[in-house]
Design a protein around this ligand. Structure first.
Ligand code: AR6
Length: 162
């Protein structure tokens, strides 16, 4: 089942939430900042030895003080002009996050709209990539949540799903 919700992803009681991180994996603003704030300093300590993450790849840590058991950190592409493999890299974020989730027996997982904040990926195209990946993995999870921060994003995702 794929569901769309408007929420702060740090409040969700799921097996895993996905973080839209940067290559350092050492925190930042946006959803990354919110996740580190809510998970506590143990998350930063767990991220340090991971030695960062390539764009389009994903790494996993516990959720520490979060209600979620796991955080899957993925690094979306910075939007440039659409000709720098941005779409492929964003699809790879979803793909690698789902694969890591399966390896950890995750049944419920929530994603933010990766790359659509400071990284500037066009929202409609990003949502299409997200929903396509979610549909591919739908049968392998109990629930996949598209966690939207704004009402506009929620409406966009819902219209693509319907
Ligand atoms: N819950 C759910 N979604 C959120 C939350 C939240 N608490 N906060 C923001 N969003 P962004 P990016 C939405 O900028 O574009 C960080 O500094 C937000 O509205 O967080 O991938 C990292 O360290 C938007 O729809 O991530 C990187 O340097 C979406 O999350 C960089 O930003 C993604 O926005 C990554 O940029």
């Amino acid at each position: 089942m794929i569901t769309v919700t408007q929420a702060d992803i740090t409040t969700l009681h799921v097996d895993a939430i996905v973080n839209a991180a940067n290559n350092s994996l050492l925190g930042g603003g946006g959803v990354d900042g919110a996740i580190h704030h809510a998970a506590g300093l143990r998350l930063l300590a767990a991220c340090r030895p991971l030695n960062g993450c390539e764009t389009g790849q994903a790494k996993i840590t516990p959720g520490f003080d979060l209600p979620a058991t796991w955080v899957i950190h993925t690094v979306g592409p910075v939007w440039q002009d659409g000709q720098q493999h941005e779409a492929e890299l964003l699809a790879s974020c979803y793909q690698t996050a789902f694969e890591l989730a399966k390896q950890h027996e995750v049944r419920t997982i929530a994603f933010p709209a990766i790359s659509t904040g400071v990284y500037g990926f066009p929202k409609q195209q990003a949502a299409e990539i997200a929903i396509n990946a979610m549909r591919r993995f739908e049968s392998q999870f109990d629930e996949i949540i598209a966690c939207c921060f704004s009402e506009d994003d929620r409406a966009l995702y819902q219209s693509l799903l319907d």
